[in-house]
Design a protein around this ligand. Structure first.
Ligand code: SAM
Ligand code: SF4
Length: 333
């Protein structure tokens, strides 16, 4: 039995939730995430193999107290061997919480195999249910596939299904209530995420982003919202019941009401770098350690020390704030 060392930082926060990016590639081009074209992918040899991913997750689970693993990207469904990675992660510990954040393309085919492999639930990102707005944001005509994918995930038992939406000014900010009515009708839990400065093309501005406050004001014109009773804990979403419940809606005010003080996350990029924060400016290279024959105990030690440098907060509102070198699609959202 190996001893567990918690991933604790100097402010006493303990990371138990591991976000694993399986690829930086994607089949959509959401304007707040990627440029229309011209973003170079990681070269194949730098991307962790299935064995390497599972070994690092195993170190996290058996030695570092990881209790929850979420697969993300880029688009995790484009990673070949995804179901195998999920099954091997499930085999590490039947009590792990296993989830996936996806744009939904390909879920029609993969929802069943993923559920069988041991995935618990999915978050599907969808910013509009209008085909023309969907195309404007994602630069692809694939709304129908996302909607079918959502249904397939529900049918496969990958619920409760959460839907993540980003509102963009003068693009879909007038559609918040419409999206909520649609989600409530289908039993999906909708979460609005504030747009963050993580796009590859550095197009974000504080002035143009739609705040959680504005989103709530728009929703309250059509629905009665009341703070939900359940405690928020380390969850980033502030939850509200919709028209008396049981349906809820969440706002994730990453920029205007940051929740860094309760953060329990750590991230692993597709090329094997540990990041202690989405906005970290430093990474710790576990791929090089893996590939040079470093044993598990030493990799765990390096991972623990990578956490020690975690900053108190992301500092987006600080005049000295610098956007991370890597975009969200390469870090893993
Ligand atoms: N491709 C998958 C998807 O879209 O769900 C997984 C990766 S994506 C980077 C994860 C989440 O990050 C999505 O819900 C997406 O909307 C969100 N996201 C991407 N760029 C963002 C930004 N600049 N600000 C806020 N959320 C963002
Ligand atoms: Fe792809 Fe997800 Fe980024 Fe959209 S948000 S471009 S789906 S990685």
């Amino acid at each position: 039995m190996v001893q567990t060392t918690p991933l604790v930082d100097r402010f006493g926060r303990v990371a138990t939730d591991l976000r694993v990016s399986l690829t930086d590639r994607c089949n959509l081009r959401c304007s707040y995430c990627m440029p229309a074209e011209g973003l170079a992918w990681l070269p194949d040899e730098r991307v962790l193999s299935d064995d390497e991913v599972v070994r690092l997750i195993g170190i996290g689970v058996s030695r570092l107290g990881i209790r929850e693993v979420r697969f993300t990207g880029g688009e995790p469904l484009v990673r070949r061997g995804l179901s195998g990675i999920v099954a091997r992660t499930r085999a590490l510990d039947p009590g792990l919480e296993l989830s996936l954040t996806t744009n939904g393309l390909g879920l029609v085919r993969l929802a069943g195999p993923l559920a069988e492999a041991g995935l618990d639930r999915v978050n599907v990102s969808l910013d509009s249910i209008r085909p023309e707005t969907f195309h404007r944001i994602t630069r692809r005509d694939r709304l129908h596939d996302v909607l079918e994918g959502l249904q397939a995930a529900a049918d496969a038992g990958l619920g409760p299904i959460k839907v993540n939406a980003v509102l963009l000014r003068d693009v879909n900010d007038d559609q918040a209530a419409e999206l909520l009515a649609w989600a409530v009708e289908r039993g999906y839990e909708l979460r609005f995420i504030e747009q963050m400065p993580l796009d590859a093309q550095h197009g974000w501005t504080r002035e143009s982003m739609v705040t959680a406050e504005e989103t709530l004001e728009r929703l309250e014109k059509e629905f009665v919202l009341a703070p939900a009773a359940e405690p928020r804990g380390s969850a980033p979403a502030e939850l509200f019941t919709v028209d008396g419940g049981p349906a809820t809606v969440g706002v994730i005010a990453s920029v205007t009401r940051p929740f860094c003080g309760d953060c329990d996350r750590v991230r692993l990029t597709a090329d094997g770098q540990v990041r202690n924060c989405l906005f970290a400016r430093e990474e710790s290279d576990l791929r090089a350690a893996l590939r040079s024959g470093v044993p598990d105990a030493e990799i765990a030690r390096r991972w623990v020390s990578a956490m020690a440098g975690k900053r108190a907060g992301h500092g987006i509102d600080d005049p000295t704030f610098l956007q991370p070198d890597r975009p969200m699609s390469a870090i893993g959202g």
